[in-house]
Design a protein around this ligand. Structure first.
Ligand code: UVW
Length: 332
């Protein structure tokens, strides 16, 4: 394990060395060690020193789940398979009375981490750190960049910072529907954080509440949710996919971003420039959390007047897994 702090070693966005044929801000090679290609991306920022500081957020012993029930939303988007849960009565096979259960799910249907195998960089046809897409599935597949690597490194333990954009918008008279392509701008994230009395630190997980899960929960099983979920041209609030966002995220050295929105960034993706998914996952190796349940978190933060906390997340140890339920909790 790399024990140095990295606090002084990281380049700013403008200082990241240019790699031929790849966009500005490609970090490939930055965390390679002893000739071993890195598979963890910005999770490398979670050094022991950063984790020890994050643990100091725990002062009240209050913990909050950040995960939707695995059967939510009731209508998954993009025709993703909903949870199948089967209880098995063992009495036919076993002398004692007992039950097992099995689950089958699409790891992208509910609260999720997008792992580093999720997105191929379109221009190069490569994934994070130059892994060819042929290694993801098919005859030449490997488990490189698998989500199991996150579990194997000891899971994710970090300071989380919530930016409650729903509350910010209410304070500032900004009205939008979560099912519109409403773009959250970086100056709004900065201002909301300032108003909440929180400053970002290297290694933080930036968590943005946009209001989508509140909307989905409010119309669970309704016609409206089904129509939106199945629409090809669905739209969703999220952080603006502009170059300034990419640069801003890198220069704050977040270890990951997460939120309650469909894609963290606004949807549909822009037609004339790369999405945030195109840069954050393959270029930075930065995990993106989507559809997290931030409702109780937001009310706890408001009640305590504190928007930073410890986050622990234990992705499933699926060899070569693409994504995972985050199994995340916030602890105050
Ligand atoms: C969208 O839903 C748009 O993104 P993802 O595939 O990451 O879930």
């Amino acid at each position: 394990m790399n024990l140095h702090t990295l606090h002084h070693a990281l380049p700013s966005f403008d200082e990241i060395p240019r790699l031929p044929g790849l966009p500005k801000g490609c970090t490939w090679g930055l965390w390679d060690t002893d000739g071993q290609p890195d598979e963890l991306g910005t999770l490398n920022l979670l050094t022991p020193k950063v984790v020890i500081e994050a643990v100091k957020e725990v002062r009240l012993g209050v913990s909050v789940s950040l995960n939707l029930c695995l059967d939510q939303p009731s209508v998954p988007v993009f025709k993703r398979k909903p949870l199948e849960h089967t209880i098995i009565d063992n009495s036919d096979f076993s002398p004692s009375q007992s039950f097992d259960d099995t689950i089958s799910l699409n790891t992208q249907a509910c609260s999720q981490w997008d792992g580093l195998r999720h997105v191929v960089h379109e221009q190069s046809g490569l994934l994070y750190n130059g892994v060819p897409k042929e290694q993801i599935t098919g005859a030449h597949s490997t488990t490189r960049l698998g989500i199991d690597r996150w579990h194997q490194r000891g899971g994710i333990v970090a300071r989380g910072v919530l930016v409650d954009y729903v509350a910010y918008a209410q304070r500032h008279g900004i009205s939008y529907l979560p099912t519109e392509r409403h773009e959250i701008l970086i100056h709004e994230l900065d201002r909301a954080a300032q108003e909440q009395g929180v400053t970002f630190r290297q290694g933080d997980i930036l968590i943005v509440r946009s209001g989508l899960v509140r909307w989905q929960t409010g119309c669970s099983n309704s016609e409206e949710l089904a129509i939106w979920a199945r629409a090809k041209d669905k739209a969703c609030v999220g952080v603006a996919a502009v170059p300034e966002t990419v640069e801003w995220l890198w220069n704050r050295h977040f270890s990951a971003v997460a939120g309650d929105a469909l894609a963290w960034e606004s949807v549909p993706y822009p037609a004339d420039r790369p999405s945030l998914h195109q840069h954050l996952i393959p270029m930075f190796g930065m995990p993106i959390g989507e559809l997290w349940d931030l409702e109780e978190l937001a009310s706890t933060c408001a009640r305590l007047g504190r928007y930073s906390f410890l986050v622990t997340s234990t992705p499933l140890r699926v060899p070569g897994g693409v994504a995972s339920p985050p199994n995340a909790i916030a602890i105050f």
